[in-house]
Write a protein that binds this ligand. Structure first.
Ligand code: NAD
Ligand code: UGA
Length: 471
């Protein structure tokens, strides 16, 4: 018989755990959701009265938190109690790339997942469905199952039973709520039919039946890594062609439109930019590279690694280009950076192209004035204060400042560099900006969002990514 789910615990109150449980709580008022985390500060922010202080900015999230928090959605550090109470537990903790030991720099560090499995093994009661929500290497479920099976035996209690499912998350930051409410598909991997049905029943409250896919557990784990690898590959592909456009006089927007009209290629994810960022693309591809090499498939590993290498090269290409256009040196020159998050509509800066490009420019001696509508200056300082260079940590403090009004960053500046596609940057009054800048002054648009005609009419020089037209 399908288990009736009354209490759900989610371990990990991050970019996935928080929004995912919020949407589930919205559609399942009869189920109690306890989102737990070891991070005390993060949980405090999830419980803030002021909804502008939630730890994550996502359009539509605060409205759901306002409606469900304290009713059937709770955030706390009570990990042990919440596990004990739960019929279903989502593991939604971070899975960063290993920094040392076997597989360092490529393989996933599963220490957080393992510690969750051990906590579940220690505190769960009765029959518990354990759901992998984190993105995990293929065969991770085996590790979790082994830890839980040992607990079943050790407890020597007929009633303690675990079923493990894989249910990877495909949301994108900035559109997380919409993605969760209208997913392209829900993927459930596993072999226990009752457990699958129990999770299926939850999603089917708001997701159409034909969008809920069932696979074996290994296919589910691999499909998540593959989806991210394919998406990232498209971005490296379009950025590589963008460089060719600049060299040949072609226009990347026109090329994208032309190839995107082919229904086999499709038009999404073909926007040239400063290179992909975000916490997952690089880490998940490197994980795939590690797995391929582990199984002796080196050519497969090399193929996917080239996607990451191209991205890295592309980010440096942009910073080098800025230096070249500014007469070969930016030492002591003021540059206004527009956008620090890895994409618009999120305050997340993890692996943002802005970090690498700013570091390159700081290395060249530039003075940066950095603006972002949602990223706070503490985060920017944290991201820029350290750079690994031959294992020596280098501190750049004093060579950049964060600004609240981007106009302040344009005062006497030689260049404005648009790195994130925030809507407000597409509406800039370039005449006003131009009046403040030192001439000749440049606008570098790495997102293709500025009004080219207005920039040029304002007596500014313009470079746009993938645009072979010589202004
Ligand atoms: P995150 O770093 O924002 O959140 C993870 C949280 O887990 C942190 O708050 C951390 O304190 C907590 N945590 C770690 N170990 C814990 C433990 N033992 N007990 C309790 N709490 C613990 O990470 P995220 O962005 O939410 O990503 C989580 C997973 O989801 C990753 O595997 C990621 O690859 C995957 N994913 C992320 C996204 C995204 O857009 N960020 C999308 C799809 C999938
Ligand atoms: C990505 C995937 O899109 C999600 O499906 C997945 O769940 C998630 O990773 C994950 O596993 O973490 P996310 O990183 O939030 O989501 O954002 P994307 O919209 O995919 O953008 C990633 C990067 O690619 C950003 O830096 C973005 O600016 C860049 N991008 C995206 C482009 O440069 N061009 C495009 O056409 C699209």
């Amino acid at each position: 018989m399908t288990q009736k789910i009354k209490n759900i615990c989610c371990i990990g109150a991050g970019y996935v755990g928080g929004p995912t449980m919020a949407v589930m709580a919205k559609y399942c008022p009869d189920i109690k959701f306890n989102v737990v985390d070891v991070n005390i500060e993060r949980i405090k922010l999830w419980n803030s009265h002021n909804l502008n202080e939630l730890p994550i900015f996502e359009p539509g999230l605060s409205e759901i938190i306002n409606k469900c928090r304290g009713i059937n959605l709770n955030f706390s550090n009570n990990i042990k109690e919440s596990i004990a109470l739960a019929d279903m537990i989502f593991i939604s903790v971070n899975t960063p790339t290993k920094t040392k030991g076997i597989g360092a720099g490529k393989a996933s560090d599963l220490k957080y997942v393992e510690s969750c499995a051990r906590e579940v093994a220690a505190f769960a009661k009765g029959t518990t469905i354990v759901v992998e929500k984190s993105t995990l290497p293929v065969k991770t479920a085996e590790v979790i199952i082994n830890i839980l099976k040992t607990a079943e035996k050790n407890k020597n209690d007929e009633k303690t039973k675990f079923h493990v499912l894989s249910n990877p998350e495909f949301l994108s930051e900035g559109s997380a709520i919409n993605d969760l409410e209208n997913p392209d598909r829900i993927l459930i991997g596993g072999d226990d039919q009752n457990a699958i049905l129990a999770l299926n029943k939850i999603y089917s409250r708001w997701v159409k039946k034909n969008k809920i896919l069932h696979t074996n557990i290994w296919s589910s784990e691999l499909a998540k890594l593959t989806a991210n690898a394919f998406l990232a590959q498209r971005i490296s592909s379009i950025n590589s062609i963008g460089a060719l456009c600049e060299a040949t006089g072609a226009d990347i927007k026109e090329v994208s439109r032309a190839i995107g009209s082919d229904s086999r290629i499709g038009s999404k994810f073909l926007d040239a930019g400063p290179g992909f960022g975000g916490s997952c693309f690089k880490k998940d591809i490197l994980n795939l590279v590690y797995l391929s090499n582990y199984f002796g498939l080196e050519e497969v590993g090399d193929f996917w690694e080239s996607v990451v290498k191209l991205n890295y090269w592309h980010q440096h290409r942009i910073s080098q280009l800025v230096v070249k256009k500014l007469f070969g040196t930016v030492t002591g020159k003021k540059i206004c950076i527009l956008g620090f998050s890895f994409k618009a509509n999120t305050n997340d800066t993890r692996e943002s192209a802005s970090i690498q490009i700013c570091k390159d420019l700081l290395d060249e001696g530039a003075l940066l004035f950095i603006h972002d509508p949602k990223v706070d200056s503490k985060q920017i300082t944290e991201d820029l204060s350290k750079v690994k260079n031959k294992n020596v940590e280098k501190n750049y403090s004093g060579e950049w400042a964060t600004i609240k009004n981007y106009m302040d960053g344009c005062d006497g500046a030689d260049a404005v560099l648009v790195l994130t596609e925030w809507q407000e940057y597409s509406q800039i009054n370039w005449e006003k900006v131009s009046n403040k800048m030192r001439k000749p002054a440049w606008v570098f648009d790495a997102r293709l969002i500025v009004n080219a005609k207005k920039v040029i009419e304002s007596n500014l020089k313009l470079w746009r990514i993938g645009d072979g037209y010589n202004y």
